[in-house]
Design a protein around this ligand. Structure first.
Ligand code: ATP
Length: 414
């Protein structure tokens, strides 16, 4: 078997013994095994994340996500949702049951255990507290926080070169995930975090990620569907945990969902109120609407490429490309599936001219910087997943607008 072109998967310690105590000094801080617990740095749907220090490793900073193995409230809600949502009919349920809390944690850990890459948050240890039914996920600490991309008036706060650099890091991380058969399913700025020195961006939050046996080890180019096969016992275990039919379920964040995920909303568009008309479109928008394909396209890693396009748009313009004025999710899905996106006159905090949509520069002559980026966006935000650019293609000149071949050298000061 040829060696994968990336580092081998991380060695993640699995610990079943748990000692919890208080530090001997006045602070009486909580100590869990050899980790000193600091302040909470975030709360997700399923757990709380704390900044901690690894006392056995020179007080290295780590982040520990604490999750309850069982979350009766979430499990009950899941059951209720399953009962209330009609199984037949033209639309997929918006909030599919992705399984019990325990199943979710198992999947998140299985995904993170496969990963060891400079642009993917690293899982270091899992502490399994059977007595108190808690799981502690010890990760590298990302002290720079989430990417901030807009101000309170939805104006961009990042320069174009900064946005390019962020996307470059995400592409390298995604390329690695996709090679492993991992589809992240929730790429968006909130799941991209800075290291403390703000030099590197890492992909985080594998809460809805999926490992597709069919798409494992097939590279990111060529066919987006792939045909990988299980290679080891470990792979066979992953196949048991991850069922590819789950990929059809709607998971992720509405504004970032690819048209193929919400395909049914493009075939039968819910009525839009006049206020829900596309508000992203402007005089520069290319008005051609793409008719949905007659059959549901497969759900592949191309959904992450679409979400990357939405993310790049957000960083450049301070807003999402598809928007409806009401908070109506179905209306938004209709717009994503059937409407085109528009661009403003300038992009980024440094106001680089976009020069509108549809740049037709000859292949031997590059467009302006803004023009090249819009060309890239056109190919990332391609509604037909078969025509959407692959990550391999993004790296080929002249599209190599994100300087993927160059070492990262841009320090972001925010
Ligand atoms: N490795 C990390 N280092 C520093 N802060 C982190 C790290 N991981 C998560 N956080 C912070 O903790 C917050 C909660 O993260 P978490 O993954 O639990 O929740 P989430 O992103 O809302 O996902 P979910 O919906 O799956 O619970 C994040 O928004 C982030 O601010």
């Amino acid at each position: 078997m040829s060696r994968p072109p990336f580092d081998p998967a991380a060695d993640v310690r699995i610990t079943h013994t748990v000692h919890q105590g208080r530090s001997a000094d006045h602070s009486r801080d909580v100590i869990l095994n050899h980790y000193l617990r600091g302040p909470s740095v975030g709360k997700g749907q399923h757990g709380t994340v704390y900044k901690c220090w690894d006392l056995a490793q020179n007080n290295t900073e780590v982040a520990i996500k604490v999750v309850s193995r069982h979350n009766p409230r979430a499990d009950r809600l899941n059951q209720l949702k399953r009962k209330r949502i009609p199984r037949s009919g033209p639309h997929l349920p918006v909030t599919d049951n992705l399984g019990s809390q325990e199943y979710k944690i198992k999947k998140e850990i299985a995904v993170m255990k496969l990963c060891r890459h400079p642009h993917v948050v690293r899982l270091l240890e899992v502490i399994d507290d059977k007595l108190y039914q808690k799981v502690y996920m010890v990760m590298e600490f990302l002290g720079g926080g989430e990417i901030k991309w807009r101000d309170s008036d939805s104006n961009p706060v990042l320069r174009v070169d900064q946005s390019r650099r962020i996307c470059r890091d995400v592409i390298l991380g995604l390329e690695y995930l996709h090679f492993q058969g991992i589809i992240h399913r929730d790429i968006k700025p909130a799941n991209l975090m800075w290291t403390s020195d703000r030099r590197t961006v890492k992909i985080t939050d594998f809460g809805v990620a999926h490992i597709s046996a069919a798409q494992r080890f097939v590279g990111s180019g060529g066919s987006q569907t792939g045909s990988g096969a299980a290679r080891s016992d470990g792979d066979a275990d992953l196949q048991l945990l991850f069922d590819d039919s789950e990929l059809c379920k709607t998971a992720g964040t509405p504004s970032f969902l690819a048209p193929e995920v919400i395909f049914d909303f493009g075939t039968e568009i819910p009525p839009l109120s006049s206020s829900d008309a596309l508000i992203a479109g402007d005089s520069n928008s290319a008005a051609t609407l793409q008719a949905p394909a007659p059959h549901r396209p497969p759900i592949t890693k191309a959904i992450d490429v679409w979400a990357l396009g939405v993310t790049l748009y957000c960083l450049l313009f301070g807003k999402t490309p598809f928007r409806v004025e009401s908070n109506h999710e179905f209306a938004l899905y209709g717009v994503i599936c059937t409407q085109d996106w528009g661009v403003e006159e300038f992009m980024g905090f440094d106001s680089i001219p976009t020069e509108g949509r549809q740049h037709n520069c000859p292949n031997d002559r590059p467009c302006s910087e803004g023009g090249e980026i819009i060309k890239l966006l056109e190919r990332l935000l391609q509604k037909d997943m078969h025509k959407r650019i692959t990550l391999d293609e993004v790296k080929v000149p002249p599209l190599e607008i994100l300087c993927l071949s160059q070492p990262s050298n841009l320090l972001i000061n925010l």
